[in-house]
Design a protein. Structure first.
Length: 187
């Protein structure tokens, strides 16, 4: 990583609040499918970067927590979309972390491979419509009126907003990790 890894003893009050929200918040509850905290106490992935700009980092981590735990998107739709973003932007950490999450909620190895090849077929029309919306946003950043009408016949306005925000959030994380050279943590 191009930024100094910050460990708990080095954090100021603002950084500590962000650290605690990540390491002790919703992400830390339940079974850990990827480590949030490295062996030295620093945060992994995009979370360690967030500590270097704690006011923005706090809002960013809160948005991420809302996307993960407070949307109407099914777990499968959410994780398939995150994998689409991670793959499209070449984000090693996003792919690595969310491949684990996806498997834990029933996304098969065949489906994960299909996502990486751009040939995913949803189990139902909601998954397929969501996949196509995300693919359009990632491929051209344009959703035509026809594509929108097709998607909005299946997905609610809320689901469309949530998908759009999800794509923007995970794009932001991917860009940030690219800029600062964040990769997969050592296991």
């Amino acid at each position: 990583m191009r930024l100094k890894k910050l460990v708990p003893g080095e954090l100021d009050d603002e950084q500590r609040a962000v650290y605690d929200a990540i390491a002790g918040g919703d992400r830390a509850k339940g079974k850990q499918l990827f480590p949030l905290v490295d062996s030295d106490g620093s945060l992994t992935g995009p979370f360690g970067v967030m500590l270097h700009a704690p006011r923005i980092g706090d809002r960013l981590q809160a948005l991420g927590s809302a996307i993960r735990f407070q949307t109407n998107l099914s777990d499968r739709v959410r994780e398939i979309a995150i994998l689409q973003v991670g793959h499209a932007l070449g984000s090693q950490f996003e792919w690595w972390a969310h491949e684990r999450v996806a498997r834990s909620i029933g996304v098969t190895d065949e489906e994960i491979t299909a996502i990486s090849l751009g040939s995913f077929q949803g189990r139902d029309e909601t998954e397929q419509a969501s996949y196509e919306v995300v693919a359009n946003l990632l491929q051209s950043s344009v959703v035509t009126d026809e594509e929108f009408e097709r998607a909005s016949a299946i997905l609610s306005d809320q689901e469309l907003v949530e998908l759009s925000v999800l794509v923007g959030y995970y794009r932001t994380l991917a860009q940030t990790m690219t800029l600062f050279g964040v990769g997969i943590p050592e296991e």
